[in-house]
Design a protein around this ligand. Structure first.
Ligand code: 13P
Length: 249
């Protein structure tokens, strides 16, 4: 049976006070279900507040949105995997489309960050996905495979089994336009084949891009999706509590 993963990427929203209030409301509204995990990616300053608010809940986990690859040093403004771990994070996003397209992150950067996350005890959630121009040119699968290879090709099967891949087409992020379950499934199959071909055991592949309470059931009905990575629709604790109770494993 698949175990669903619902991941909330808060991006640059919700500080420590907001986080405490959010998770109090969320915990009151979410009836725990044994077939799913809920992960939160708050801004770095709110990681510790989130960790304290979900303690004693093995189904709720907190991660960082990004980490730099060096463990420590003179890198003003950056946080490392060991620092995020010390704050209580147990996962990190790597290569989110906003990191790639707003901050200019390269495939080589994602390779270093995945390695640093693994070394620092964080489960990497590698984000991949094509732009609209790449999609229109018919390059979707080539782009996704290039991003996978760029970040992961030096890793062995057991190590690949420790990470998660999120397919987030850039044109679907924050646009209200989501991929169809069928389109997503085609890409998910390719990602899964790439990972299992290198020895990964039962890799988890999530979909992200304009997921909301209205479309999540249809998306998760597609068995290739092991869960969702959600931005805008995760910012309201009541809406998120409702969204994460949708769909069957
Ligand atoms: P939206 O759900 O707001 O489209 O954002 C998706 C995303 O980027 C999650 O990481």
């Amino acid at each position: 049976m698949r175990r669903l993963l619902f991941a909330a990427n808060w991006k640059m929203h919700l500080g420590p006070d907001d986080t405490r209030g959010y998770l109090k409301t969320f915990r009151a509204r979410y009836n725990r279900r044994e077939d799913r995990d809920i992960w939160f990616f708050p801004p770095a300053v709110a990681i510790e507040a989130a960790v304290l608010a979900v303690r004693e809940r093995t189904d709720l986990l907190v991660g960082a949105q990004d980490v730099y690859w060096e463990p420590k040093g003179a890198f003003t403004g950056a946080i490392s995997a060991p620092l995020a771990f010390q704050a209580g994070a147990r996962a990190t996003l790597v290569g989110h489309s906003e990191r790639r397209h707003v901050f200019g992150e390269t495939d080589e950067d994602t390779r270093r960050k995945v390695a640093a996350a693994l070394a620092g005890g964080l489960a990497p959630m590698l984000c991949v996905g094509e732009t609209l121009a790449e999609r229109d040119a018919g390059h979707t699968l080539a782009v996704v495979v290039r991003q996978l290879a760029g970040a992961l090709s030096s890793l062995d099967g057991p190590t690949l089994s420790r990470l998660i891949v999120a397919y987030e087409p850039v044109w679907a992020i924050g646009t209200g336009r989501n991929a169809t379950p069928r389109d997503a499934a085609t890409v998910h199959r390719e990602i899964r084949a790439w990972l299992t071909g290198r020895g990964a055991d039962a890799p988890r592949v999530l979909y992200g891009g304009s997921v909301n309470a209205k479309n999540v059931a249809e998306l998760l009905a597609e068995r290739e999706l092991d869960g969702v990575l959600v931005g805008g629709a995760s910012l309201d604790p009541e809406g998120w509590a409702q969204l994460v109770q949708t769909g069957a494993a």
